[in-house]
Design a protein. Structure first.
Length: 219
């Protein structure tokens, strides 16, 4: 169990948000998000504070051969209603990768956040690669009741026309040298494995390189 998985598991079991944990140890919420997705590692001083907040030892946190808490979040899809429900978000991604605005987060797994956004009085569904996220900012309140939210996972995007965006780090000149996304403007995903998105009549894409998948809009 990774350090990030342990931090997330302990936080959700204690029933506190990323923002609340960030305030307790005096860091930004984006720092917590990066730690929980293993995109960053806390400094020793922050590890000590985390261990005090959750009443565990630093050794328990950093030893990946040991599990913590009642569940292993690695294999569980969690709708963290305490954290996301009730608001629309703007999500910024690292590098030159395009983020999203005015989306309602509706589910998550170990690799992705799943969202819906309004379009022509309907909803369009998509996902964001957690490793690419730098910030999540609440933008407006939702009037959708929790019981009316459609919960989806990766399988929702199979056998649908979607576009896929790949993580693009700083150093590429956006829209000039990095043409990788041009191959995925309208594709159909056949299935997902633990590590790849397998395309119909095409190759597999490493999940770790995906920054966004979204179903194509129907006008």
């Amino acid at each position: 169990m990774t350090l990030g998985e342990k931090i997330k598991c302990l936080r959700t079991e204690k029933g506190i948000t990323q923002e609340s944990l960030a305030e307790e140890i005096n860091v930004s919420r984006s720092a917590i998000a990066k730690w929980e997705t293993n995109s960053g590692v806390p400094e020793v001083s922050n590890l000590i504070l985390i261990s005090k907040v959750f009443d565990v030892s630093v050794d328990e946190l950093i030893d990946e051969s040991r599990t913590i808490g009642k569940t292993d979040v690695k294999n569980e899809i969690i709708l963290d209603c305490r954290e996301y429900a009730g608001n629309y978000y703007e999500i910024e991604l690292d590098g030159w990768s395009d983020g999203v605005a005015d989306v309602l987060i509706i589910n998550e797994d170990k690799d992705f956040l799943f969202y819906q956004r309004p379009f022509n009085k309907k909803n369009v569904f998509g996902l964001i690669g957690k490793k690419c996220i730098t910030t999540l900012t609440a933008t407006r309140q939702s009037d959708i009741a929790l019981e009316d939210i459609k919960i989806i996972n990766k399988d929702y995007f199979c056998n649908r026309h979607v576009f896929i965006e790949l993580a693009s780090k700083e150093g590429f000149i956006k829209g000039f040298f990095d043409f990788r996304n041009d191959d995925y403007l309208d594709v159909v995903i056949q299935s997902f494995t633990e590590s790849k998105a397998l395309l119909k009549f095409g190759k597999g894409i490493d999940i770790n390189t995906i920054s966004k998948i979204e179903e194509l809009e129907e006008v």
